[in-house]
Design a protein around this ligand. Sequence first.
Ligand SMILES: Cc1cc2nc3c(=O)[nH]c(=O)nc-3n(C[C@H](O)[C@H](O)[C@H](O)COP(=O)(O)OP(=O)(O)OC[C@H]3O[C@@H](n4cnc5c(N)ncnc54)[C@H](O)[C@@H]3O)c2cc1C
Length: 430
Amino acid sequence: MADEKFAAVIVGAGPAGSTAAYLLAKAGLEVLLIERASEPGSKNMFGGRLYSYSLNRIMPNFWEHAPVERRVVRETVGMMAGDKTVFLSCQDENWAKPPYHSFTLMRAEFDAWMAAQAEEAGAMVAPGIRVDGLITENGRVIGVRAGDDELLADVVIAADGANSLLAEQAGLGKKPSPHQVAVGVKQVIELSPEAIDQRFNLSGEQGAACLFVGSCTRGMPGGGFLYTNKSSLSLGLVVKASEFEAGQYRVSELLEDFKEQPPIAPLIDGGRVGEYSAHLVPEAGLSMAPKLFGDGILVVGDAAGLVLNLGYLVRGMDLAIASGEAAALAVEQARNAGDYSRAKLAVYQELLRSTVLRDMEQYRRAPGFLENRRLYQMYPELAAGLASGLFTVDGSPPVSLMKKAMNHLKRYPVGLTQLLKDAWTGGKSL
Ligand SMILES: Cc1cc2nc3c(=O)[nH]c(=O)nc-3n(C[C@H](O)[C@H](O)[C@H](O)COP(=O)(O)OP(=O)(O)OC[C@H]3O[C@@H](n4cnc5c(N)ncnc54)[C@H](O)[C@@H]3O)c2cc1C
């Protein structure tokens, strides 16, 4: 491979890299997609759900061929406070109709399928190769180095995920700090489809998505997730990495604790733990995004910090796919102009402005707001306690809803003004 030159070398066969490779190969460019894992996707993990709009734009009705698990029809957020949990749930039958709103899936199968689509379109897919660094000439990226191999290209697309080595080497971004990333852990728990249908009140291809906040992370910034697959559940936690610096907790212990919480234990009862995985989530939004382009290089997906965690939804896959699409369009334009300079590749950022960056910009205050510890320590207790009070009949004198709420609020060291302030800031940030 040493002397070959490609139009584009793409590093990382996650959704961002495979999308870019698929579109560029379809456009007739010579593309090399390099992946360090022996099979694309075999080492990749996420919580469990893909919002389908961006992939559907590129591969219409992809669900007819792609290895997806269930169509999510019910969303639940649970605020956990020890022995009490309050749930907010929404079921929308429209989500069960094409174009399906979101799918649960398993990354090993899905990423392998995406890479296979790129290969079928004409990309050369090279798994089992770890890229060690960039090759530059006069300050311009001209390829990548993998062991003794030098792979030259007009443009390199860094799709190497969170904590991108390539973005850092290109001088486009810095290593993220523990305050900017979260640690995610997940177990896949195998259960029969019948048990899942019955426990989650689902049928056929219907699926459910549940997010949790509060005592599931012992009050630390982060949350829990539970997604239904065909014959397994994806259960896990995401906690800000800086929380583990003091060494007080291990994330694996937290996960074992989470599994024993009253709303979770009966759902996973009798299930067999299959795979266990862990991964970083870039969570600081635009404040941690590297420069998205340089001379001869573009940065996409998690490598560019393009993830949105709002507490009630987690988006990374759809943004990775949309950024891979924008990168492919930018490379095509650069190819037509015969110019891969930073000035020409800047069109990538322009293309992102109407999609991914628009969404990231809208929620730019969310990471700061979500650092507020009252969201994880006090408000779940307040909400769960108040809800439990509303539904409890025990012979004590009844009081109005307002009085109940005010009496309940008095038990917490947060005044009404602070509560309203947090609600106002949350309303504007999320
Ligand atoms: C716990 C957790 C839960 C999540 N939940 C969700 C969710 O439910 N929904 C959602 O939309 N998003 C979720 N996300 C985010 C989502 O997983 C990412 O945003 C998405 O995977 C980003 O895709 P990507 O292609 O940019 O990067 P990745 O999927 O990380 O792919 C990067 C690829 O690059 C390869 N690679 C890295 N370095 C090299 C190298 N040097 N040489 C060769 N190959 C290399 C890796 O092996 C990998 O295949 C979650 C993430 C985590 C960690």
